[in-house]
Design a protein around this ligand. Structure first.
Ligand SMILES: [Zn+2]
Length: 565
């Protein structure tokens, strides 16, 4: 059996690729029957999958070791050619939507593919190719700068992920020092972070205008493939968050301050949940994975098969290492039909979230790997986060395996942090709307806007004199803002859906799991609201969904004697 290390990367010869692609595209255009047309599409998709495989192998290997010169060079290569790959996809989509066999094709594959094709066409023109290349380079330079962080702390050097446990340390002075140290890295490079973002905003605005949009907001939605909702609906959702969740979150923060015995919560207290210390996994990374194996074996036959597949092929890179990029993600290596999980284990409860959250993404990708249409392998982002965030809840009955005596602490903090996250998430979203509606803003004006949003959505925030953070700079550590504009509301919409699965799984685990499995198998074959409906969930945009969903969570949190934990 082939393992990840042996998956072969070869730099694609772009001129040759384009020639082969164009020949196949001609075959599709000239197809004299539906059968010929589908055969041509399948051949085109095979080539597209192989290109995507090379792209993914490069990005995975480059993110695992940013000091690996070979894969850094290959990533630069892909930054350079990925707009050309987009151009090929767009050419294919243009033929697809105007195909004489469209009706039959839609009957076979559903309309989602055609919606995706329309959106891709609307987001690209050869005219913006150079600007897209520029954009890619800028966002890679952000990732590299963050990955380069080597923070001096208590006589050692740490990556940002490795500082994580100190942000939850029992000793308040240690937490403070650790949080100030990690903010210190961003503050030291603040000018660079300002400059990269300023250039990104301007280049994105220019792309949008060239493509015929007023500003980047609308293009951002098109790029994110938001097919059945728009900025007005998101605005209504943010209002519900403001009215319902912000006051509840403030109440929970107050309880937290009492629980950990401080007068007022400072920013370095927010991650510290219990006076006796946060819930932590009770063993090494190997032990966590062993327990993960047992958990997925007991959860269902499908998850058992999936997790064994991941283990057998070394499809997880989990431990934090120097030179490794920050964060966590899951992707799919198309030609091997293999999901891949990337994470930075650091000994906190976040490690278990990786095993449930990222594994939720991977499980969806695995469940729909035979779906036949490359566009359907992953759903759009807000839908994809339903799979991952809901898996965090479906695995609750096994949390004792990892947390032992800390299990109740984990569960309480997990639900509370889900709620706390939503106001932050919508603030990041509103920030981006403001930034792209006002492309002429200076870095300082952007910071002022962020500061105001913090007052609205995160009124508990107290930066305790940290000048960099008090100036409205916190968002600079939120990679999405740089890398994938408007990718953030997704997490908050999905969290509302995942909360609904949490409730359902407690009422009837078997039925809830059935709905979830169905959702996973659908992959990306439907739009967000289509998937929500197929999974028997209520739309987060519907009036009352936020209120009703959150009420159940609040009730559970209230029922816990949190001070005794
Ligand atoms: Zn995710």
């Amino acid at each position: 059996m082939q393992t990840f290390e042996n998956y072969t990367y070869e730099r694609p010869d772009m001129p040759a690729e384009k020639e082969k692609f164009n020949a196949l595209l001609n075959k599709f255009k000239e197809a004299s029957s539906y059968k010929e047309a589908t055969e041509a599409i399948e051949a085109i998709n095979k080539r597209r999958n192989t290109l995507a495989t090379m792209f993914n192998l490069v990005y995975i290997r480059a993110s695992i070791d940013t000091n690996d010169a070979y894969y850094q060079k290959e990533r630069d290569f892909f930054d350079e050619v990925s707009p050309e790959i987009s151009e090929m996809a767009t050419a294919f989509y243009k033929e697809l939507v105007s195909s004489p066999y469209r009706e039959e094709l839609e009957n076979q594959w559903g309309s989602q593919l055609f919606q995706i094709a329309d959106y891709q066409i609307k987001s690209f023109s050869p005219e913006v190719m150079n600007l897209l290349q520029e954009e890619n380079k800028l966002s890679s330079s952000y990732s590299k700068l963050v990955a380069s962080a080597e923070v001096e702390f208590q006589g050692g050097t740490y990556t940002l992920a490795q500082l994580g446990p100190f942000a939850e340390h029992k000793d308040r002075a240690v937490r403070k020092e650790a949080m100030n140290a990690s903010a210190g890295f961003f503050s030291e490079h603040a000018d660079k972070f300002d400059e990269i973002y300023d250039k990104l905003v301007k280049v994105r605005h220019e792309i949008a205008v060239k493509l015929g949009y007023k500003n980047f907001v609308e293009l951002g939605y098109v790029r994110m493939q938001r097919i059945d909702y728009n900025a007005e609906m998101v605005d209504v959702f943010r209002k519900q968050v403001r009215d319902v969740i912000v006051p509840l979150a403030s109440k929970l923060y107050k309880k937290q301050a009492e629980r950990i015995g401080v007068d007022k919560l400072k920013f370095y207290d927010v991650n510290f949940d219990f006076k006796t210390g946060n819930a932590t996994p009770k063993g090494s990374p190997e032990w966590i994975i062993e327990n993960g194996k047992q958990m997925y074996k007991e959860l269902s036959d499908e998850t058992n098969e999936f997790f064994q597949f991941m283990l057998d092929r070394n499809l997880m890179d989990l431990e934090a290492k120097k030179g490794k990029e920050a964060g966590g993600y899951c992707t799919l290596i198309e030609d091997y039909q293999a999901p891949f999980i990337f994470a930075n284990f650091n000994g906190t409860s976040g490690d278990i979230d990786v095993l449930t959250h990222e594994a939720g993404h991977a499980f969806q990708a695995y469940s729909s790997r035979n779906i036949g249409v490359p566009e359907y392998l992953f759903p759009t982002y807000e839908s994809a986060e339903i799979h991952s965030m809901s898996m965090e809840f479906f695995t609750w009955p096994w949390m004792e395996l990892f947390f032992k005596e800390d299990t109740e602490k984990y569960k309480y903090a997990h639900l509370a942090s889900g709620l706390h996250f939503i106001p932050y998430g919508v603030a990041v979203d509103e920030f981006q709307h403001l930034v792209y509606e006002n492309p002429e803003w200076t870095p300082d004006e952007r910071k002022q806007a962020w500061k105001k949003l913090e007052e609205t959505y995160l009124p508990h925030i107290d930066y305790d004199g940290n000048a960099y953070l008090e100036a409205g700079s916190y968002w600079q550590r939120q990679g999405h803002i740089y890398d994938v504009p408007f990718y953030y509301i997704d997490y908050t919409l999905a969290q509302i859906c995942a909360f609904q699965f949490w409730k359902k799984s407690r009422e009837d685990q078997e039925k809830a799991w059935g709905d979830y499995l169905h959702l996973c198998k659908l992959g990306g074959s439907k739009s967000f609201l289509g998937l929500v409906e197929a999974a028997n969930l209520r739309s987060p945009f519907e009036q009352g969904t936020v209120e009703d969903t959150v009420a159940v969570i609040e009730e559970w949190l209230e029922s816990v004697d949190d001070k005794a934990l």
